[in-house]
Design a protein around this ligand. Structure first.
Ligand SMILES: Nc1nc2c(c(=O)[nH]1)N[C@H]1C(S)=C(S)[C@@H](COP(=O)(O)OP(=O)(O)OC[C@H]3O[C@@H](n4cnc5c(N)ncnc54)[C@H](O)[C@@H]3O)O[C@H]1N2
Ligand code: MOO
Length: 412
């Protein structure tokens, strides 16, 4: 059987980073910068006050004290946004607000709390050193200096600095358009009545949510039956507006495994068995003239879930222009024994906890979900981690140290 690592590599090799596009700032949220951004301006753009108070010549207030306040005449009022060019003369000052430009002649700002708050004359009770409460032009960003590197995800902080230097749009690799398709004649839309032998469809909801959680623009196309012509025509329609297609179901050994049947004859899709539990039957390739990448995941819901995070996520990261990294791994201590089939690496669902109030550096614990069947969805909900049991290991006792992959519970 194929190794987990080889299958990850094959899926990552299946895709290329998406072509960059210039997007307005909010549309770029969650996308990845295609090029480095250098700052077109200095930040702050001008010397300004960091406090509400009085712009003074520091030398004028050097002798100020509670017992002997210094009195200055207030020659101007400078709110934020002021275009006043009136200088501060010796013995004078200007009332100034936070963010307002420091007037010529002034070398410091005295916070209003150190004064009597006068509007024509002001008594200053404490000295202010040169530069006090002054934000210098360019102290945050120099004009022409690097602001953000290529490959950075545009999150809240990045949006903020891009806007602050006046960028209204930015070149990014857009969110990948993921088309999610489920197959199976037994499937019924949730919210509608169910008949004998039928089940409500759940995988496409799970996969669409998972893809959106990791920064993609996923589209659920619901499910299609087990009729090959129907599967083929749906696929042809879906690939027109998708960067990658993810299907579930119909890839194992069954007589009605329609995905396998249809895709074996179209494009480059091949089906393999990976030495993993759950998620053994896997397929991947490209479809259509545009060679759209497709990944076919097994239908068992938990198998589909685990396969997404192990195999699809690194490929989606590459499409986004990020390093195709796997989920982060931590070491944790098992709170219960676990079992695993020989020759397949298990990824058991569990709850990772850092132990409130435990000693600094204490190792986290991981509690395996009570039911580990590939169909047991209720035990999946509420877990936050995958416990790795190596191929050659069939059981691990309580308290064993294990590698645990942490699941991304909503990246945005
Ligand atoms: N003889 C063998 N049988 C099976 C093997 C095998 O090696 N030999 N492998 C098993 C393993 S492992 C898996 S995983 C599954 C994969 O099966 P398929 O990908 O063909 O999926 P289906 O047969 O269509 O469905 C399996 C199971 O999952 C339910 N399902 C499917 N789609 C959905 C959906 N969208 N929402 C909710 N539930 C879904 C379906 O009803 C079945 O119960 O094959 C094993 N069999
Ligand atoms: O490999 Mo299947 O994914 O066990 O349930």
């Amino acid at each position: 059987m194929k190794t987990v690592e080889q299958h990850i590599t094959d899926l990552v090799d299946l895709v290329q980073p998406l072509e960059p596009r210039e997007l307005d700032l909010l549309d770029a949220h969650g996308a990845v910068l295609a090029e480095p951004v250098t700052s077109p301006v200095a930040l702050p753009g001008f010397d300004n006050s960091s406090m509400d108070g009085y712009a003074v010549r520091a030398a004028d207030v050097a002798g100020a004290s509670e017992a002997a306040p210094v009195s200055l005449s207030v020659v101007a009022d400078i709110p934020a946004g002021s275009t006043s060019t009136q200088p501060v003369p010796p013995g004078g000052c200007a009332r100034i607000m936070t963010g307002a430009p420091l007037p010529t002649g002034a070398t410091a700002v005295v916070p209003v709390e150190w004064t009597d708050g006068g509007t024509t004359e002001v008594a200053i009770r404490r000295p202010a050193a040169e530069g006090n409460a002054v934000r210098r032009a360019g102290e945050d960003v120099r004009q022409g200096s690097p602001l953000l590197q290529a490959g950075v995800r545009v999150g809240a902080a990045e949006l903020s600095v891009l806007a602050a230097v006046g960028c209204g749009s930015v070149s990014v690799r857009p969110r990948p358009r993921v088309a999610v398709l489920s197959t199976g004649e037994e499937l019924v839309e949730p919210g509608t009545p169910i008949g004998p032998g039928q089940i409500w469809e759940s995988n496409s909801f799970m996969l669409t949510g998972a893809a959106r959680d990791v920064g993609c623009e996923a589209q659920r196309h619901g499910f299609i039956g087990d009729e090959p012509a129907e599967v083929l025509s749906t696929l042809e329609r879906v690939i027109e507006r998708a960067d990658i297609v993810v299907t579930t179901g119909g890839v194992s050994m069954g007589a009605y495994d329609v995905v396998k049947e249809v895709l074996s004859n179209v494009g480059t899709v091949r089906f393999e068995q990976v030495a993993v539990q759950p998620g053994k039957p896997q397929g991947f390739g490209t479809v259509g003239d545009a060679a759209v990448p497709i990944v076919t995941l097994p239908g068992n819901p938990v198998s589909s879930f685990v396969s997404f995070y192990l195999f699809v996520l690194p490929a989606l990261r590459r499409l986004r222009g990020l390093a195709p990294d796997p989920l982060p791994t931590v070491r944790a201590q098992l709170t219960a024994p676990v079992h695993s089939p020989e020759g397949r690496r298990s990824y058991l669902r569990g709850v990772l906890e850092y132990g409130r109030g435990s000693a600094e550096g204490a190792i986290p614990t991981v509690t395996p979900a009570s039911r580990q069947g590939s169909h047991q969805l209720s035990a999946l909900a509420g877990t936050n981690a995958l416990i790795v049991v190596p191929e050659a290991t069939t059981e691990l006792p309580k308290d064993s140290l294990v590698d645990v992959l942490t699941l991304p519970l909503g990246e945005g």
